[in-house]
Ligand binder design. Sequence first.
Ligand code: C2O
Ligand code: CU
Ligand code: CU
Length: 457
Amino acid sequence: MLFSRRQVLQSTLALAMLPRTALASADALIARPDTQQIAPEGYPATPVWGYGGGVPGPEIRVRQGGRVRRTLVNALPQPTTVHWHGIRIDNAMDGVPGLTQDAVQKDSSFDYDFVVPDAGTYWYHAHNRSMEQVARGLYGPLIVDEVDGPDVDQDLTLMLDDWRLDPETGQISDDFDNGHDLSHAGRLGNLVTVNGRFDPSFPVQTAERLRLRLVNAANARVFDVALDGVAGWIVALDGMPLAKPLAVEEAFPLAPAQRADLIVDVTAEAGQTASVVSIERDGAFGLVRFDVSGVSANSVRPDIVPLPPNPVPEIDLQDAPLHRMTMQGGAMRWLDHAKMGDTVLSGRELAQLGRFWALNGYAERPDDPFLDMRVGEVHQIEFVNETAFPHAMHLHGHHFRLILPDGALGPWRDTILVGRGQVRRIALAADNPGNWLLHCHMLGHAASGMMSWFRVS
Ligand code: C2O
Ligand code: CU
Ligand code: CU
């Protein structure tokens, strides 16, 4: 059951701004325990893990083509790393323990230093025991500004998350390895926040043009996002501009790790409230409120223009070999058997080890890559979801294009939702050398079997 907006409105109208602790130095990203008022005022504060300034971590903002340098300092009780999600990054900076670097031990540090080739909305998050560390709050926005960006009145980053809190104590429930969650839809919370706050509001004026950068940082929840009192277009997905902005006419899904950049105009009148809502089983649920007062001077806005394209590779499907990625397991379709290393284990043995899912027959990241490609090649991957649940399949180091049912190339993405029983194809231009993960971004699924990798050499 979710906390409802009505419930909080009855107790108090205003949600206090959170004090932000200053970073020790501009270049440090200190992962450490913290406390934050996650639940509505009146509920206890919540012990979280953050990047030195509460949850979400500090917004890292850089010009396209610029360089990001951060020293991760680990002040957590367990090893960690940072992954820069969606950045077509130098492999050594990708933050995957055991594949691109060693996990950073407690009281140690690691220097991340990379260039960002693409403009858009990205994010960073912990990549060791992610299902616990991200759930505790280890994530933040990474925004890459276009050299020549769109003309908007406000540019708002909105990081969505859901938390599983004990309403009595405010504690995060620490059953991260709960076999029921792992084998079903993943860890779903009971409190939805935006930018680490419940039901935040932003002042706007009628006819203002807003850029909304939605990031889904939740462990497993797929938000069905809809607009009320603002109207406009999706202009980018997973950071990458759409060649043709898409008018938002109905709810659209935002799976874990996905981003959507919207450009919207405020259509609600002064005195009204506009909102971004999530469509849940029991109705529309408010994520963000816009309190409208006054009318913007720019009251008539021109039509939308696409964002400038990013320097992505050409994709030519001619001669692109097709590889199948079969997704199996989970509740109702239980694994019969799967491999860990060279050993074949029965579904029952796997369940005892906390493994419920398999990608191409492996219930953990295999020793050999699922695909070995050469720079310059184009490959097709077909995800075949034989499970009874949707999965948010993510590739590191590359964006890829969806192949639409009619064979045409769809939008560029780094994470796609593959529904239960669904088959979806993507086209990938291998242009970034290294060892790259491919996994489900429902983080409990990744931890319980849905983890693979590919190599580009
Ligand atoms: Cu955002 Cu490997 O993940
Ligand atoms: Cu990633
Ligand atoms: Cu999954």
